[in-house]
Design a protein around this ligand. Structure first.
Ligand SMILES: Nc1ncnc2c1ncn2[C@@H]1O[C@H](COP(=O)(O)OP(=O)(O)OP(=O)(O)O)[C@@H](O)[C@H]1O
Ligand SMILES: [Mg+2]
Length: 403
């Protein structure tokens, strides 16, 4: 059994996307694979269409059962996603694990202990971690042989990477364990000069730590998640799928991942500083050339992919708020929130283009609103809005602030 944690303290760099699709691709190649969601946000279940309201037991029960009389094992909590592919879902209770385990002995080894019991059942275990360092990430590291750090190939991502490697080194020393680390360039947009430069610099300096090929920015990966499917099912001929196949080849061929040691961490962070500075130079240079902010260089507005992408989410214009979301295969998409007494039937969205974009405009007074989409009868949070709050049912409501 090989256990791989997907870790980065930086939010939104693609941990869950990588975890879900790496697991699915491993499973599609015949490897018995378990995906463990260690993030209280529970995004793996959302991304794999496991109905949150029907999750009775989660990884929380497995971890806490080390300290209680009633034992919960993996086979009590896993959901079968497809052949060879099981998910151990998270729940919001996970957020309370840290205080609940305060002072308990071996509290960072709960996951490792539980996994030892399914050694023969799975060939690969992939662990999706939360964007923070705490008892959950610590448990994931302790249980893992390897770590994948997804990084965006944008400039800002580099600033977090040095800190991440330092943290991993500290954790490694505390755990007294060799962790093999690899950096995975994600959301690589080959069309932008900055992304190409950053990727080349990363490869030049950290070749030993890097996966050979990046995961490109691919709208299909976003769509797949919002439709509750891994890319293996949603679009097996997409570029996103090809990238995950290449990643799986690299992992299964076992091209050596590096064991990171303190001296290396220091030199890696020094090199990262240098790269960040050269990215600064690059931005300054491009500003001089075109007299515009570099973000425009990073995201050309004339590509079809970007055009589609730009329209998702919520945006405010002249007292109205547009809600736009992509559900290519849905029959009905409705909106429920405190602005319509949570009655989805009052607010159906219209399918506004053949790609499966649905939208509606509402007149809303200033204030804070909570809402969820209802897609073919299934309630879910807005996949394009990271601003969420837990509701009394333990699910996530999307939050909108109208100014
Ligand atoms: N290669 C990619 N191409 C296109 N979109 C991507 C790609 N990777 C991730 N995304 C999108 O970026 C957003 C953030 O990704 P994801 O949720 O996987 O990040 P995360 O690191 O798990 O976030 P968090 O820290 O909140 O757990 C999502 O909307 C996802 O669909
Ligand atoms: Mg995540």
């Amino acid at each position: 059994m090989r256990t791989i944690a997907v870790i980065n303290q930086k939010g939104g760099c693609g941990k869950t996307t990588v975890s879900i699709n790496l697991s699915a691709t491993l499973a599609s190649k015949g490897f018995r694979t378990l995906l463990i969601d260690m993030d209280p946000q529970g995004h793996c279940a959302v991304g794999l269409a496991v109905p949150e309201e029907q999750i009775e037991k989660s990884i929380y029960d497995v971890l806490i059962s080390n300290y209680s009389d009633s034992k919960t094992e993996f086979n009590h909590i896993v959901w079968q996603i497809s052949q060879n592919y099981d998910l151990a879902p998270a729940s919001i209770e996970l957020a309370a694990l840290e205080p609940q385990l305060a002072g308990q002995e071996n509290r960072e080894a709960c996951l490792q202990k539980a996994l030892a019991e399914c050694e023969d059942k799975y060939e690969y275990v992939i662990i999706d971690c939360p964007p923070s360092v705490g008892i959950l990430t610590f448990n994931a590291l302790r249980a893992s042989d390897e770590v994948i750090i997804p990084v965006e190939t944008g400039y800002f991502a580099l600033h977090g990477l040095g800190r991440e490697l330092e943290t991993l080194d500290v954790l490694k020393q505390q755990c007294d364990q060799d962790i093999k680390i690899r950096i995975l360039a994600n959301m690589y947009d080959v069309r932008t000069k900055l992304a190409r430069e950053v990727f080349n610099e990363l490869k030049m300096n950290f070749n030993a730590f890097m996966f050979d090929s990046p995961i490109n920015f691919n709208t299909k990966l976003k769509e797949a998640a919002s439709f509750g499917q891994p890319i293996t099912e949603y679009d097996p001929v997409s570029k996103g799928m090809k990238d995950f196949m290449a990643l799986v080849d690299e992992i299964t061929e076992n091209r050596s991942a590096q064991t990171i040691v303190k001296q290396q961490v220091e030199s890696v962070t020094a090199q990262l500083d240098r790269i960040s500075k050269s990215a600064d130079d690059l931005i300054a240079e491009s500003n001089k050339m075109i007299g515009q902010p570099a973000t425009i260089l990073q995201k050309p507005e004339n590509s079809i992919e970007e055009k589609i992408d730009n329209f998702y989410g919520i945006r405010q214009k002249q007292g109205r708020v547009e809600f736009a979301v992509l559900y290519p295969k849905a029959q009905t998409v409705q909106l429920a929130g405190d602005f319509n007494n949570w009655k989805p039937e009052n607010t159906p969205l219209l399918k506004s283009d053949p790609n499966g974009r649905w939208n509606i405009e509402l007149e809303l007074d200033g204030g804070v609103y909570h809402y969820r989409y209802v897609v073919d009868g299934r309630w879910q949070q807005d996949p394009y809005n990271n601003n969420v709050e837990t509701n009394p049912y333990g699910e996530l409501n999307s939050v909108l602030e109208v100014s």
